[in-house]
Design a protein around this ligand. Structure first.
Ligand code: SF4
Length: 302
């Protein structure tokens, strides 16, 4: 089945190897759930993650370099100091780099992003709030716990601003999720007593650009409601071991499409069954995190 329009399919899953759902949400886990609950289940209940790749590692590297650069005094935030930070950060990265990652691709992506950074912003003029780099934010919204790490909180023209770096170019299909992520950060930061006036996406791929939006209270309310509704839906799916697969154009890049009953053209094993998990084990696109499986309730283990 190939679908560009979103369609929903109820899928029964086998939860015997589930590691249990996380108590705390994050903006990215909420985005994953809203795009496709079954994909969320594979990642967060079953512990599968996208295998390391050049784009992901370049993102980590660039975030680290910009954090080091902006931690310096404004006049020291030069291209030369960015190069030094790149050398220090990449030395650590090469030590642990997964052999499946194309190192030349990674270097190319990081080089483009850091060159573009100096074109879209003069770091000398950036005024970061105290503890505003890689800021840990958390909150409880309507009884639902959420947390995450904000790339940067600074003083923009509009007042306090929450900013996220994207090391790729602007892709319209991901934009809604990115803005939702920033609004949730603004809400968490606001709950901690810092009023946020604006949110910005800084795209560092080609073409590089910064997009900024205001933060109306209605938007903060809306993302809070989305989180609460998602938490309720997740509980219902988990209770019934039946999750919704939401097919859309995003399926084309989903690492689970080869074993997804809603996407595959031919019958596939029940998600979570040993056969389904073996197929994912053979895939180069995902790795499984080593966590203890969910304990089997008494009387249920025969
Ligand atoms: S292939 Fe599509 S429907 Fe299936 S899990 Fe992935 S995103 Fe969801």
């Amino acid at each position: 089945m190939v679908a560009d329009m979103a369609e929903e399919h109820a899928i029964i899953v086998d939860d015997h190897a589930s590691v249990g759902l996380p108590e705390r949400w994050s903006p990215s886990s909420l985005n994953t759930f809203l795009k496709c609950p079954l994909s969320y289940w594979w990642q967060y209940a079953q512990g599968w993650r996208s295998a390391p790749n050049a784009a992901m590692e370049a993102g980590t590297l660039v975030h680290g370099v910009l954090e080091d650069l902006l931690a310096l005094e404004p006049r020291e935030r030069t291209v030369e100091h960015a190069r030094e930070a790149y050398r220090a950060q990449s030395a650590e990265l090469w030590e642990r780099l997964d052999p499946r990652v194309d190192a030349d691709d990674l270097r190319g992506r990081a080089g483009v992003a850091l060159t573009n950074y100096f074109e879209v912003e003069d770091p000398v003029g950036v005024e970061v709030i105290p503890d505003g780099l890689e800021h840990r934010a958390e909150s409880e919204i309507g009884g639902v716990s959420i947390g995450g790490v904000v790339d940067r909180i600074d003083y923009g023209i509009e007042g306090v601003r929450v900013l996220d770096y994207k090391t790729g170019g602007a892709k319209p299909r991901y934009a809604e999720g990115y803005w939702r992520q920033l609004l949730l950060y603004a809400r968490m930061v606001g709950d901690a007593g810092i009023d946020v006036s604006a949110i910005s996406l800084m795209y560092l791929g080609d073409p590089a650009r910064v997009m900024t939006r205001p933060v109306p209270p209605s938007a903060l309310e809306r993302v809070g409601s989305e989180l609460q509704q998602a938490a309720e839906a997740r509980s219902a799916y988990d209770e019934q071991s039946q999750w919704v697969a939401r097919t859309s154009g995003l399926c084309k890049t989903c690492p689970f499409r080869g074993v997804c009953p809603a996407w595959s053209r031919s019958p596939v094993p029940v998600p979570g069954s040993s056969d389904s998990s073996r197929a994912l084990d053979r895939s180069r696109e995902v790795d499984r995190r080593s966590r203890s499986p969910r304990p089997v309730p008494e009387g249920d283990g025969a």
